[in-house]
Structures are given as C-alpha cells and as structure tokens.
Design a protein around this ligand. Sequence first.
Ligand code: PLP
Length: 393
Amino acid sequence: MPRYFDHAATTPLKPSAVQAITEHSGLANPSSLHGSGRRARLAADSSRARLAAAAGADPSEVIITSGGTEADNLAVKGLYWQRRHEDGRRRRILLPALEHHAVLEAAEWLEAHEEAELVIIPVDAEGVVDLAALEAMLAEAPESIALLTAMWANNEMGAVQPIGRIGQLCAAAGVPFHTDAVQTFGSIPVSFAESGASTMAISGHKIGAPVGIGALLVRRDVKLMPVQHGGGQERDIRSGTLDVPGLAAFAAVAEEAVASLEAESSRLAGLRNRLLEAVEQEEGVRLRGPDPRTHPQKRLPNNLHFTVDGAEGDSLLFMLDMAGFDTATGSACTAGVPRPSHVLLAMGLSEEEARGAQRLTLGWTTAEEDVEALRQALPGIIRQARTAGMAAG
Ligand code: PLP
C-alpha cells in the first residue's frame, strides 16, 4: 500500500461515515408525506442540526449541496445575480487571485457572460490577503460592488486568511462576503456565526465523508438566486432530493473532527514540522506559504508545501510515487499539460520558481512511521529530481 500524503485532495472514508451510511440507507424520500418519509425527514433534520452545530451555524442556514464546487458556484453566482437584480450597478466581484478554481472559474464565467468585473485583491509573498488594500477597495465605489469572496485557507500552500477581519470590513461596507472553508472546516476552529461571512462552502470528502456531499451555509438575512431549479428543497435555494445517508455521514465526521480538533491538529502539525525539517536540509528547497514554526496560526496544521529550485514538481511527484508515496504538485493539470500554479504566481513567484512545487498533506490515517519513511526518502529524491531537472533544462 502506498503511503498517502494527499489528504487535501480527498481523505479516506471514516468508519463513523460508513456506519452512518449503513444506518440511513434505505430510508424514504424525506419530502414524502407518509410515515416512512417523515422518518427520513426526522433523520435528516437531526443530522442537519449536528452538522450546523459543528460549523457554528443555525440548522436553517445549512443548504446541502453535492460538494464544495457546487456550494462555491451557488454562492458566487447566486449572490451576484441577486445583488444585480436588486441594483443593476453592482457588477464588481472582489477576490484574491489564489481562490480555488471553483470560485475563480465561476467568477470568470460571470465576467465572460454576465457583465461582471473582477477586481483582484493583492496578497503578500506568503499568500495572505493585504487587508489595507482590501479595505481601500471596499471604500471605492461601494455601490458598484456585488460581493467579495476570499477563501478561509488555501488548498495548495495552506495559508489561513484573516477571515474575521475581512468579515468585519465587508459588514461595515454592506457587502456580502463568501468564504470557501472547504480545507478549513474540521482542520482549524471554524464558526460560521463568528466569521461574519454571508455564505460559507464546506465539503464532506475532505473530512472523511463520501464524495458527493457538501453544504453552503447561508445566513438567514442573505438572499441569493438559485442556480438550479426544481422541487424547491433546501429553502428553495437548492432543488433536488436530499441525500440523507450522505448528510448523516457528513454530520458524523464533522462532529468527530470538531471534538478531536485540538489533539489532532497538534499531532499533524508536529508530524508536518518533522517533514519540513527534513526537506529544509536540502539545497534549493523553499517553504511556500507562512512558516508554521513562527506563525502556527497562519498555516493549516496538515499542510507542507515547498518548491525545489531547478526541479520539476512532476518529476518529484513521479519519483515519490515510484518510491511508494502519494503526493501532489498542488496545481491544476489541463488535458495532461502541467501548468504553473495560479496560487504561486499570485504570491509573486516566477513560472520557473513555481515549476518545482510539491504539496504534502497529512490526515487522520497518517502514522508516525509514514512520516519517518518519507523523511528518509525525501532528501535523495529531491537531489535526484534536481539533477534530472538541470540536465533537462
Ligand atoms: N474549494 C477548495 C478550497 C478545495 O480544496 C476543493 C477541493 O479540491 C473545492 C473547493 C471543491 O470541493 P469538492 O471536491 O467537494 O467539489
């Protein structure tokens, strides 16, 4: 079995999720009026309440979706359409360039087809949003702003944004604020109520539920236009038959993650720091994103991301794969053609520097011996990848 260091992409199903699915499968449609339907509704309601409590939200604020991508699309498009419908001048979407593709491409689609204007919020070299610039942007023609979107923590290099402060600034400016908390929820403390966000995206498979279940938390005073139409489920915001087993699994793992969050995040941060020590010994290796030893709050506890000068991220990944380790470069690959990460470019790296990226993400199945094995393997593989890169270049 390969040793798995790609938990940010997806994490293995947890036993509590399997149990919840088994218990809840075979239930009727929760919208049906008969007794079986009512029993399914009760099960859904109690799972929704547990999920809401884990996320610091009210049950009525939980809109179940098929995952993070759908939740992000619903928030960005739904808020934009609603705000423009109320006032045609609201065309601007403020966002940092390092948003996940689910947000970025949704915003770019609105720019291409719905007259949106994208305004990029600058980030520093560690990938943290420049709050002074954000504040100035909110003050400039606020009547033309449709929404602001900023992810809570980045999926590539793990930088955690000052979400509370962004929430306060948006509230003061009267601008709706969406945050993508897909990587954050279950990893560091997250409270929707305290964040100041209008909407927040979360996803089940990042914390041990199956792929295909997620949620958009929507504050009760926030209106947004639905993207899909149908039976009017989920407060008429997201039509479609509710996935009760998926929701039950999501609630179970969310509750579990929140209960063990403190212990698990310090366990993972400790293991991650040992990997960081090992790679830093090698020449040409640069940590990307905030340094967790000086600023532990600014980086997700399970994330390590570095670039290797003169090496290709893909070669590193391939060599690690051959040695029995599953890792990621972090960036998208379109039709088999690797592209430099838009996140690293937003942080000011050159295409050349961004090419040598490698992301290692830890999770609930990561054991000390996995980390020890990777520590032993990494230095040699980094040297080998550099030699190969330099020979090719
Ligand atoms: N947002 C972030 C930050 C992510 O890391 C991901 C998953 O890669 C998504 C959104 C998309 O979530 P899903 O896979 O549930 O559609």
